[in-house]
Design a protein around this ligand. Structure first.
Ligand code: NAP
Length: 259
């Protein structure tokens, strides 16, 4: 579905080499946006760029490790140099390195989840906000998780609860400036992150891409996808003991540690 009005926008998508980021980049380009693709795997970015925009006029790649401040600065500089003003950022790059027994991992590995999923988002936001505020326009769309509502896996949930707090608060801090901050909270989505032989039926990443596209046009605080996960979130808030049982069963079945 093409949503009118997004054409021509320049959007940075982090984690564009795979899964949700890749699907989002595809949809945005199909709908006329110019997109700067950021991730570490340059070969994947090059292949995607060649496929979705062979002329190279609407897509550029920026090899980026979001945990390296110098890389983030180069990403923003390159995006500005190639396509000019940055209209939107989709903070999607994310990892889960500490699913079980994170305390047995070396600290640098456990911290990586918080660093990638939360701190890097803060840092990229810091770099793009001044120009958005100057132009009195912009969208920052953060990819959170249902695990930012329901505690499932300590470090991953800590990063996603934190990201949710950051998004919802920043949205209020920026009210009236023309810069919109939104959060997408997906449940299980079929991507390499969840591709661990889980028997759960999962929607593909396109469902999240469509939510991002929708938020670009009609900003709101948060979108949960698929929508039925809102019922789980309601249950968690109203009857947390049910959540205790459900999460225990899911973990025991080894179905999911990364909701
Ligand atoms: N799949 C789900 O069920 C699900 C559910 C809720 C939320 N999410 C969230 O959705 C987002 C995307 O996940 P996905 O499911 O699409 O997983 P994915 O296919 O594994 O993609 C993760 C992306 O993040 C990038 N990335 C990781 N570390 C990075 C770093 N240090 N610097 C730059 N890029 C980095 C990876 O690119 P490189 O390796 O090339 O750098 C990759 O493009 C994540 O924030 C995840 O938490 C996923």
């Amino acid at each position: 579905m093409s949503i009118e009005g997004s054409g021509g926008r320049h959007v940075i998508v982090t984690g564009a080499s795979s899964g949700i980021g890749e699907a989002t980049a595809r949809l945005l380009v199909a709908n006329g946006c110019r997109v700067t693709l950021a991730a570490r795997r340059t070969d994947k970015l090059e292949a995607l760029a060649a496929e979705i925009n062979p002329s190279g006029k609407r897509v550029t790649i920026a090899p980026t490790d979001v945990n390296k401040p110098g890389d983030l600065e180069r990403l923003v500089a390159r995006a500005n140099a190639i396509f000019g003003r940055i209209d939107a950022v989709v903070n999607n790059a994310g990892v889960d390195n500490g699913a079980k027994h994170w305390w047995t991992l070396p600290p640098e590995k456990s911290v990586l989840t918080l660093q990638t999923n939360l701190i890097a988002v803060v840092e990229l936001t810091r770099l793009v906000l001044p120009q958005m505020l100057e132009h009195k326009a912009g969208n920052i769309i953060n990819i959170g998780s249902v695990a930012g509502h329901i505690g499932t896996s300590s470090l991953y949930s800590a990063s996603k609860f934190g990201l949710r707090g950051f998004s919802l608060s920043l949205r209020r801090e920026l009210a009236g400036t023309g810069v919109h901050v939104s959060l997408v909270s997906p449940g299980f989505i079929r991507t390499p992150l969840t591709d661990k032989g889980r028997p759960l039926p999962m929607p593909g990443p396109e469902i999240v891409a469509r939510a991002v596209q929708q938020l670009l046009e009609h900003p709101r605080a948060e979108t949960v996808v698929p929508g039925w996960y809102r019922f789980l979130i309601f249950l968690e808030n109203a009857f947390p003991f049910i959540g205790d049982r459900v999460v225990a069963q899911i973990r025991a079945s080894k179905v999911g540690e990364k909701l």
